[in-house]
Write a protein that binds this ligand. Structure first.
Ligand code: ADP
Ligand code: MG
Length: 682
């Protein structure tokens, strides 16, 4: 930069760290540092400081005008606006680095404050020798009084103009306007390079990505703030609004990296192209594929998997990943894999509070059984043969209607259940499974926190969701460490999907959905942290198969513990957020669920047996009408019948009593969880 009119002895305006602007005299020029030293007289002594020339020019535009082109001086003026707001010094790097090293928490502390002069200290130089000079300068100052007055007026006009400009840019009545300004400023420092369809599709065993949905009408009306930035194809930044103790607002900008990041403009087709599509071929090669939609309720899971709600309330299933995947299955079936003699079938069910319901068969409740070879079966699950994409579309529409029928709100129900849509390839001659693609619209992850709800049903659902999402995470993590133990027994979801997690040819992708709003910030961070744990990409580059700190051996066994509870125990070992109380709670809930099934089964058989008893009773009673009936035989038979009844009923009663005890224990434990949580409750 040209030092222009900056010479020793020239009078300039300076701004003090406390915001005051006044005149001073240049006492030294330092072109290398692009700074000048200035001095002024104050309270009987001469003071001085060093100031960058940019700051001088900003306050004294006419010093620059003769040598700088007009255009430049204008731009230097406009750059003052953000500086004055953000507190960035004139030289402070406004380029927020997105370097891999600064992966987390490069807090951009951007609270509004006056222009700071980069920490220069104002030092007193009241030496005797300089006193003369000071007096000279003082008189110099007096001579300049008029000039200063003029400048002050000019400055005021400028400040009013800046305020007006700001005022039109931000609504100062909006309590969040400073956050909005800081986020905007942060964004201007970023280089945006979103994913495009020309970017390469990478084959991952485990693919973890994130999708940000756009702000919706409700959020816009409520003036919620978009706190998520997706600058490129793999990063996502959360601008978390924070308050200091002194109530200064600042942002904590947290950066995450995934295999892919989809911004608010991405379509379902685009998301599909990089996530589920690469897995379709795997099932033709005899593999198992899973694709999960994970996230908070309302973040876009069903939109992505089932199809967008383009016309009010009507879901266009043809644009969902279920259907897009099925379409590609048929494409490959009729072309590349024509010779393989495969048939295609589909099943669709939901897991609600640890129970499986068949969406293709009137929501029938199904049992999940594990045989001695650890083969898991959903007994009686309907598998519809499908021959073209239209069949699939119809099935999905039907299943969706069944899923949400009789519930107050579609989202209220679906937020508490996992929906599993499966495309199954079978060999035509043997009918054996060749490959399977499971696409899962998971329950809202925020529901996992419902374990301390006052309502038992909600608590049980919450416990199952909490457990299943933890188990899912560990199962996927174990997938990357061949041979590692997968705690699939810890939840119904993972149990049912067990065959997809084992075998050498298993691949999975997880799409983490996030809402953009400030009001969802905490849930969004939870979602991103979870996704980050599923596949720890780290800052440098993909590290698939990175060993975990809890690599348990395959024959992992915890003594006499049930396999289910030992898997639960493993979840605790790998997740510090699972406390002892939580583990006990889960164990009791597990026991409760087991005994509940037994009670219901026994009850059912008692209803059947009661019919038989009644027939016997009638026959026996009728015999007493005969004149010569055998009294002794009658008494013996009646006694026998009553004994059987009592035995059967007592057995059931004992089970019911134990079940009720479990219920009580569950309730007490949940209260304990609640009171423990209260201190930090938000
Ligand atoms: P979830 O299944 O996660 O609870 P939904 O898929 O039901 O969430 O989405 C909630 C709302 O947001 C729906 O009205 C949906 O249409 C809308 N939505 C979700 N994702 C998008 C998107 N990518 N583009 C436009 N609207 C979306
Ligand atoms: Mg949904």
């Amino acid at each position: 930069m040209d030092m222009a009119g900056l010479k020793v002895g020239v009078n300039v305006d300076i701004q003090r760290t406390d915001g005051r602007i006044h005149s001073a005299v240049i006492s030294g020029v330092n072109p290398e540092m692009r700074s000048v030293t200035v001095e002024w007289f104050e309270k009987g002594e001469t003071k001085g400081k060093e100031i960058e020339v940019e700051a001088i020019f900003a306050l004294n535009p006419d010093l620059q005008t003769p040598v700088q082109p007009v255009r430049e001086s204008q731009s230097s003026k406009s750059s003052r606006i953000p500086n004055a707001q953000s507190g960035d010094g004139p030289k402070a790097g406004r380029k927020a680095p997105l370097s891999a090293k600064s992966r987390r928490s490069f807090a951009a502390n951007a609270q509004p404050s006056v222009v700071a002069q980069n920490g220069q200290s104002e030092k007193s130089t009241a030496s005797a020798a300089s006193k003369d000079a000071a007096a000279r300068r003082k008189s110099n100052c007096v001579k300049e009084v008029d000039k200063i007055r003029l400048k002050r007026e000019e400055r005021r006009a400028q400040q009013i103009a800046i305020k007006e400009e700001r005022g039109s840019e931000y609504d100062l009545n909006d309590p969040n306007w400073e956050f909005i300004a800081m986020i905007n400023e942060y964004r201007t420092s970023l280089e945006f390079r979103p994913l495009t369809s020309s970017d390469p599709i990478v084959n991952h065993t485990i693919c973890v990505c994130v999708r940000k949905r756009p702000m919706n009408k409700k959020e816009l009306t409520k003036k919620d703030v978009d706190v998520i930035t997706v600058p490129n194809k793999e990063n996502v930044i959360v601008h978390e609004p924070k308050l200091k103790v002194d109530l200064t607002k600042y942002l904590e900008n947290q950066n995450f990296r995934f295999d892919y990041s989809f911004d608010e403009n991405s379509t379902n087709e685009m998301v599909y192209r990089y996530t589920a599509k690469p897995l379709v071929e795997c099932i033709f090669d005899g593999g198992m594929a899973t694709c999960f939609a994970y996230g908070q309720t309302g973040s876009g899971k069903t939109h992505t998997m089932g199809g967008d709600f383009s016309v009010k309330g009507q879901q266009d299933c043809s644009k969902g990943i279920y259907c897009l995947a099925a379409r590609d299955v048929f494409k490959l079936l009729h072309t590349k894999y024509k010779k393989q003699e495969l048939t295609v079938g589909a099943s669709f069910f939901e897991i609600y509070s640890g129970k499986v319901f068949d969406l293709l068969n009137k929501k029938q409740k199904l049992r999940v059984l594990e045989d001695h070879k650890q083969q898991v079966q959903v007994v009686g699950l309907k598998e519809e043969p499908i021959t073209n994409p239209d069949d699939v579309l119809r099935l999905i529409q039907h299943g969706n209607n069944v899923r949400t029928s009789g519930t107050t709100s579609a989202n209220q129900h679906s937020s508490r259940s996992h929906a599993v849509f499966q495309i199954i390839l079978r060999r035509r001659n043997t009918n054996k499974i060749h490959g399977k693609f499971s696409l899962i619209d998971l329950a809202g992850n925020e529901r996992g926190a419902d374990t301390s709800s006052a309502d038992r049903q909600t608590r049980m659902e919450g416990a199952e969701i909490n457990k299943s999402l933890l188990a899912l995470k560990e199962c996927i993590r174990a997938l990357s460490r061949k041979g590692a133990h997968q705690p699939f027994r810890a939840s119904k979801l993972t149990q049912v999907l067990r065959d997809s997690f084992i075998g050498d040819n298993s691949r999975t992708c997880m799409i983490s959905m996030i809402s953009p709003g400030m009001s969802c910030c905490e849930h969004t961070l939870n979602t991103l942290r979870y996704a980050d744990r599923v596949k720890e990409l780290g800052p440098g580059g993909p590290v698939e198969g990175k060993p975990s700190e809890v690599a348990l051996p395959n024959n992992y066994n915890l003594g006499a513990m049930s396999p289910q509870n030992s898997d639960l125990q493993m979840l605790k070992t790998s997740n510090e957020e699972v406390t002892d109380e939580m583990l006990t709670f889960h164990e009791v809930v597990n026991h409760m669920q087991e005994i509940e099934e037994e009670v219901i089964d026994d009850h059912k058989s008692i209803i059947e047996i009661t019919q038989k008893w009644l027939a016997e009773d009638k026959k026996l009673y009728k015999a007493t009408d005969e004149v010569d009936y055998d009294v002794e035989a009658y008494a013996r038979q009646l006694d026998n019948l009553l004994a059987r009844k009592i035995q059967t009923l007592t057995a059931l009663r004992e089970k019911v009593s134990s079940f009720r005890q479990d219920c009580q224990e569950e309730e007490n434990l949940s209260k304990n969880l609640k009171s423990r949580r209260q201190p930090n409750a938000k």
